[in-house]
Design a protein around this ligand. Structure first.
Ligand code: PLP
Length: 371
């Protein structure tokens, strides 16, 4: 009997888990006759703000625009420099450039794989206006240290929480440390829609109001643009789906962590390097990324066992054609570049069945004992 292939991600399984409630939510919206910026969006914004412990939350069309609008609402303008990392989804950097700002890269800490806060100072210039750390793979970046540097140099901090909804530092959620934070509800995210979606969280009423205005053509009053804006609205159907899923997020994140612990035990003591959650933080294991000096062979081995893998990402941003040679800091990213030679993501989502987790653990243990 051939074993069923385990995909590296499965938004379909998420839908199947919550299917009756999602179907009911979609039908409720369809019959309401209100499809844009209605009660579902308002309800989800309230519920997400409460969940995060943020004063305000404004939904937008996707995570990339959430980042761009958050930066803009924090006063970042064309030509301003924003310090960030090259080890991220390209969207982080695309968002900075979307508003005409200028990304500058600093390297990552090899253990957390997030921005190395000790390197920020030397990346600053008279044009630096903001720091944009990324809570990569679900691991919160060192926000206290990053915010301290920002405070010393009068910089804004916008957190990229696309991969870290529900993650914590001490008893505070990621997304409540900076001046604003951006979330993505792309279907494979820990809190995923069935389509695109995003949100900005902030404690600052002026920032939230500005995002609200910018996400709809710069309207303060309907049909009257007080400034140049855009269309970046979350639709009612996606908001209703997200309202179904949000109450399950903590339990699903805990299930991700429990699975991750099993994977990490299976490879203990071997040359594979697992995620190493930083002490005092709650990692939400959006992706389970190991480092292997024999990455390609490991990928082929797992594929033969019916286990899907992926590379997040195949190249760092500064190594991609659109960005090569034109972003300051690109020439000094040794930790980022080293990681890209070895990283590989294993399947990790709350719907993985115990039998599938066991199959992955056995394959990992077999790989380790064969080396
Ligand atoms: C780290 C990071 N930032 C930003 C984004 C952008 O989100 P979206 O795909 O919703 O635009 C993503 C998701 O792709 C991401 O992983």
């Amino acid at each position: 009997m051939s074993l069923r292939f385990i995909p590296v991600a499965s938004p379909l399984k998420q839908y199947q888990t919550h299917r009756p409630a999602i179907d009911e939510a979609i039908s409720r919206v369809l019959l309401s006759g209100r499809y844009i910026l209605g009660d579902e969006v308002a309800g989800f914004e309230r519920e997400l703000a409460r969940y995060l412990g943020a004063r305000h939350c404004v939904t937008v069309a996707n995570g990339t625009e959430a980042l761009g609008l958050a930066l803009q609402a924090c006063g970042i303008r064309a030509g301003d420099e924003v310090v960030t990392v090259s080890h991220t989804a390209v969207a982080t950097v695309a968002a900075i450039e979307l508003i005409g700002a200028v990304p500058v890269f600093v390297d990552i800490d090899p253990v957390s794989r997030c921005m190395d806060h000790a390197l920020i100072k030397r990346a600053l210039s008279p044009r630096t206006r903001a720091i944009l750390p990324v809570h990569i793979y679900g691991q919160p970046a060192a926000m206290e240290e990053i915010c301290a540097v920002a405070a010393r140099h009068d910089l804004r901090v916008v957190e990229d929480c696309a991969q870290a909804c529900g993650a914590m530092i001490a008893d505070r959620k990621a997304g409540t440390f900076g001046h604003a934070a951006a979330f993505s509800f792309y279907p494979t995210k820990n809190l995923g829609a069935i389509g695109d979606g995003g949100a900005v969280a902030t404690d600052d009423p002026a920032v939230s109001e500005r995002v609200r205005v910018l996400r709809e053509y710069g309207w303060k009053d309907r049909y009257i643009s007080s400034e140049q804006g855009m269309n970046s609205r979350l639709d009612e159907i996606q908001a209703a789906i997200l309202r179904v899923k949000l109450p399950f997020l903590d339990a699903e994140n805990a299930r991700r962590r429990a699975i991750a612990e099993q994977f990490s035990s299976a490879i203990k003591g071997n040359s594979l390097v697992p995620p190493r959650p930083m002490s005092g933080t709650v990692h939400v294991m959006h992706l389970y990324v190991v480092e292997s000096p024999e990455r390609d062979a490991l990928q082929a081995f797992l594929n033969e066992r019916g286990i899907g893998t992926a590379l997040h990402y195949p190249r760092a941003v500064h190594q991609q054609g659109a960005y090569v040679g034109r972003i300051r800091g690109s020439e000094d990213l040794p930790m980022t570049e080293r990681l890209y030679e070895t990283l590989i993501s294993l399947p990790l989502y709350p719907e993985l069945r115990d039998g599938e987790v066991k199959r992955i653990c056995t394959a990992l243990a077999d790989w380790c004992s064969s080396r």
